[in-house]
Design a protein around this ligand. Structure first.
Ligand code: NI
Length: 295
C-alpha cells in the first residue's frame, strides 16, 4: 500500500519534470526542444519514510554530424552523436558563413516590426514561420517582411500539434495557413515548421512540405532576457545552422539587434532557409526534416 502511494508520488513528480522539459508552459504556444536535445532525468527516492527527493538535470546539445538531407525518414528518435556543433571555421571572420534565422508564432507587429527594422538596416534576411490565424491582424507586417526578401512559411493555421491530428485535420491546418500567406504575399509557400516540433510518421506522410526544424535553440520564450538570448545564439551558432526564436517577445527583438551586426562582422550572412539549402545543394523533400545545412 505504502509503496503504491510512493510510486504514484514519484510518477507525478516525474510527469511534472518532463512537462517542464517539453516547454509545456501554459501562457504561450511555444516550440519544444528539438529531437537532438538530450535530456537526463534522474529520480532518487528515499524509501524509509514518505520523503521523496527529485533531482532534474537538463543538458542541451545539438547534433552536427548528420547532413539534413541524409536524415533517416523513418526514425523519430536518434541518439546525438556529438555534443559540439562548432569548429574553428565557425569563428573565422575571413570565411563567409551562412545562417538561417527563423521566427515562430508571429506575426506580432510590436515585435516583428522591430526585428524587420534590424534586418533592413543590415541587409539581413530571416524566415518567419507564421501562425495563419494571426495574419489578418498584422497583414502589413507580413507584407513588409516579404518585401524585404524574408521568407514567409507556415507554422500551421492555429498552432496545433500535428501529431495529435487526423490526416484531414492536418491538411486543413496546413492548407488554410498556406493559402492565407500566399494571398497576402503573392509568393508560394514552400516550407512548414510543425508546432512544438511535433513530427511523427503520420505528419511526414500527410504534410506535403519539407519540415523545418532547428539546430540552435535560443530558448527565448523561456529566457525573456536579452543577454541570455544573445548568449544562447552566440555560443551555439555555426555555419549552416538554423536558429529558432519567437517574434512575440521584446527581448527577442533586442537580442536580434545585438547579435546580427556582431555575427555579420564574424563573417556570417543571414539568409532564408530556402537560400541556405540551395546554397548548400540540399534538395529538400516533402515530409522530411531539416535542421541545418553545413558546407
Ligand atoms: Ni510555435
Amino acid at each position: 500500500m505504502k509503496s503504491t502511494v510512493l510510486r504514484k508520488i514519484v510518477s507525478i513528480v516525474m510527469c511534472f519534470s518532463l512537462l517542464g522539459l517539453a516547454g509545456c508552459v501554459n501562457d504561450k504556444p511555444v516550440d519544444s526542444q528539438p529531437e537532438s536535445t538530450s535530456s537526463t532525468t534522474t529520480t532518487t527516492t528515499t524509501t524509509t519514510t514518505t520523503t521523496t527527493t527529485t533531482t532534474t538535470t537538463t543538458t542541451t546539445t545539438t547534433t552536427t554530424t548528420e547532413k539534413s538531407e541524409t536524415e533517416a525518414s523513418s526514425t523519430t528518435t536518434k541518439p546525438s552523436t556529438t555534443t559540439t556543433t562548432r569548429n574553428p571555421r565557425d569563428e573565422d571572420p575571413n570565411v563567409e558563413k551562412l545562417v538561417a534565422l527563423t521566427f515562430d508564432d508571429g506575426p506580432y507587429a510590436p515585435v516583428t516590426d522591430k526585428i524587420l527594422d534590424t534586418l533592413a538596416k543590415h541587409g539581413a534576411k530571416a524566415t518567419f514561420f507564421v501562425v495563419g490565424d494571426r495574419i489578418d491582424r498584422y497583414q502589413s507586417t507580413v507584407k513588409r517582411a516579404s518585401a524585404l526578401g524574408c521568407e514567409i512559411a507556415s507554422h500551421t493555421w492555429s498552432h496545433k500539434n500535428l501529431t495529435k491530428l487526423t490526416a484531414a485535420q492536418m491538411a486543413e491546418e496546413v492548407n488554410k495557413s498556406v493559402n492565407k500567406i500566399e494571398s497576402i504575399t503573392g509568393k508560394k509557400v514552400t516550407l512548414v515548421r510543425p508546432p512544438e516540433g511535433g513530427v511523427n510518421d503520420s505528419v511526414k506522410k500527410n504534410v506535403p512540405y519539407p519540415l523545418i526544424m532547428w539546430s540552435v535553440d535560443s530558448m527565448d520564450w523561456k529566457n525573456r532576457n536579452v543577454q541570455k538570448n544573445y548568449n544562447a545564439v552566440m555560443s551555439a551558432v555555426f555555419d549552416g545552422s538554423i536558429i529558432l526564436m519567437h517574434d512575440l517577445y521584446p527581448q527577442t527583438a533586442d537580442a536580434v539587434a545585438k547579435f546580427v551586426p556582431e555575427l555579420m562582422a564574424k563573417g556570417y550572412k543571414f539568409v532564408t532557409v530556402t537560400e541556405l539549402m540551395q546554397a548548400r545543394g540540399v534538395s529538400m523533400q516533402n515530409g522530411r526534416k531539416y535542421s541545418q545545412a553545413r558546407p
